[in-house]
Write a protein that binds this ligand. Structure first.
Ligand code: SAM
Length: 310
């Protein structure tokens, strides 16, 4: 934890994720979204000294939650580079991969990072503070059509066009620099009594674009089949319908578009079999305890034997 009395992140569906990974104590596991390390610690506790855990996080703050052990390795990088980093560590194959997508509670709670609709902060929203694209650049420089695309696709806003037009017209007189500037500019677009949800959707859309979350998820997913050994598990938790669709397509059909590809003999070509056909969702009790769990969907797949490796 970076601050003594603040909880960094409460892991979502912890027991379900562990069960999904079906841990072999001597195996090699990767948690590509380390965050507060809740899932990682629980995985690590199940490993023998022969087992190994490699974790990724692109946010330097997460490194403060890491620990020292000969069989634990923190990689400060984007999981879009999974295969490269494993190669650098001399790891060819792993037994299980966990991804708990999106941002941590810590990132939301740190007001100055601009993820939250509470308080007032510069429009930033970068998970990796070395990244070039900020929320401020998107809001002040993106063309109207691009803004419509992100509010419609990533925010699922019904009035995406109106929101984009309002931003374009407001920024003509004054650039929109802070989270409060943005909320004030969009006051008239917010539905009555549902303004909290509306602003959360606006912020979510911008955050997904800032961090190129769909693009890196695609790049990550297509590498998992190359690094998981036959029988290895892919466990992915998503919080947004677009993310879940990509994960579902990839696990079910072996490609991001969800198209069925067959070989000469009519066998479906796909690297994974789903372990559960429908996503696992948190219990009501967990959602009450931890509101961040509410939109979570967990999918689990098993790496098949016969897929030809790239
Ligand atoms: C939902 S939190 C994970 C919480 C974690 N499972 C726990 O128990 O504390 C997501 C974390 O993944 C990191 N993250 C998100 N996308 C990433 C990416 N493309 N590459 C590396 N880290 C990423 C975020 O910085 C954040 O710390």
């Amino acid at each position: 934890m970076t601050e003594s009395n603040k909880i960094y992140h409460v892991p979502v569906m912890l027991a379900e994720c562990l069960e999904g990974l079906n841990i072999n104590p001597d195996g090699v596991y990767v948690d590509v979204t380390f965050g507060g390390g809740g899932h990682s610690r629980a995985i690590f506790e199940q490993l023998s000294p022969k087992g190994k855990l490699v974790v990724f996080d692109q946010d330097p703050d997460a490194k403060n939650n890491a620990w020292e052990a000969p069989n634990f390795h923190f990689v400060a990088a984007n999981f879009a580079f999974l295969q490269n980093h494993l190669r650098l560590l001399g790891i060819k194959e792993v037994d299980g991969i966990l991804a708990d997508l999106g941002v941590s509670s810590h990132q939301f709670d740190e007001e100055d990072r601009g993820f939250s609709i509470r308080g007032n902060a510069p429009l930033d929203m970068r998970m990796n503070q070395n990244g070039e694209l900020t929320a401020e650049r998107i809001v002040n420089e993106y063309e109207e059509g691009e803004l419509i695309r992100i509010f419609r696709n990533y925010g699922e806003l019904k009035n995406a066009r109106n929101v984009a037009q309002t931003i374009v017209s407001k920024r003509e007189s004054n650039s929109i620099k802070t989270t409060q500037d943005l909320m004030t500019a969009l006051e008239k677009c917010a539905p009555k009594f549902k303004d909290h949800k509306f602003f959360a959707q606006v912020f979510q859309a911008i955050r997904i674009e800032v961090n190129q979350e769909m693009d890196v998820l695609e790049r990550f997913l297509t590498q998992t089949a190359n690094v998981l050994k036959p029988g290895g598990r892919l466990v992915v938790m998503s919080y947004h319908s677009l993310e879940d669709r990509l994960v579902k397509n990839y696990m079910k059909r072996g490609n991001l578009e969800g198209e069925i590809e067959k070989d000469f003999f009519g066998n479906v070509l796909k690297p994974f079999d789903e372990v559960v056909r429908h996503p696992i969702v948190p219990t009501e009790e967990e959602c009450e305890r931890n509101s961040r769990a509410r939109s979570a969907k967990l999918r689990i797949a098993l790496r098949k034997e016969q897929h030809v490796k790239k």
